[in-house]
Design a protein around this ligand. Structure first.
Ligand SMILES: O=C(O)c1ccccc1NCC(=O)[C@H](O)[C@H](O)COP(=O)(O)O
Length: 201
């Protein structure tokens, strides 16, 4: 079970995520209580070892700006939320970063992993980073195959149940590992990784 811990803001957050065994860590570059500025992001990315993917989270930022921030911070992947066209994905990918396509599951959502050139598809709640759950039974109508992550209101107590129901390749969390908005709880981070991996290997 691939586990991404998102919205990290301090070097201690990164150290705990790595020690807990996270596969990927996310840094929010867009308007949010979790936003980190470029200098902070660059310092945090330096703390991420090569076997862990450093992901920059973007929404409402042009592809050229994503490229600039990706290059300046050293992230390994860009997670794009919102209505980015395929051309924007191509443009960002050309800078050498991997792509995460973040979408809410609607009737017309293209759930083919890689349809926009992405390495990972992230199925999230309609309001990303809000900690709100969404109706996982919608996956019965359109279930991705391959490298897709489930996100949206997951927490220590319910991630195992959600994994059993949705059968994702991996999971992503932010609010559920916080003690307050934008403040990571290191105990919850460790517990979340263990809980996510407690289901069927
Ligand atoms: O975290 C934010 O504030 C945010 C703002 C704008 C776009 C994306 C954002 N976050 C993305 C994530 O943290 C996660 O990938 C995902 O949405 C899970 O969030 P949560 O429901 O809080 O666990």
């Amino acid at each position: 079970m691939y586990v991404k811990l998102c919205g990290l803001r301090t070097a201690a957050d990164v150290a705990v995520a790595v020690e807990a065994g996270a596969d990927a860590v996310g840094f929010v570059f867009t308007e949010s209580a979790r936003r980190v500025d470029l200098d902070t992001a660059r310092e945090l990315v330096r703390e991420v070892p090569p076997h862990v993917l450093a992901v920059g989270v973007f929404r409402g930022v042009g592809a050229d700006e994503v490229r600039r921030l990706a290059g300046a911070s050293g992230i390994g992947a860009a997670q794009l939320h919102g209505d980015y066209p395929r051309s924007a994905f191509d443009e960002v990918a050309a800078s050498g970063v991997r792509l995460v396509r973040a979408v809410a599951l609607k009737p017309d959502t293209d759930v083919r992993v890689g349809a926009y050139g992405e390495d990972l598809l992230l199925l999230d709640s309609p309001v990303a980073g809000s900690g709100e759950r969404w109706d996982l039974t919608a996956l019965d109508r359109a279930r991705p195959e391959g490298r897709w992550l489930l996100a949206g209101g997951l927490g220590v107590r319910d991630v195992a149940e959600a994994v059993t129901l949705a059968r994702p390749w991996g999971v992503d969390v932010s609010s559920g590992i916080e003690s307050g908005r934008g403040v990571k709880d290191h105990g919850l981070m460790r517990e979340f990784v263990a809980a996510a991996r407690s289901v069927g290997g």
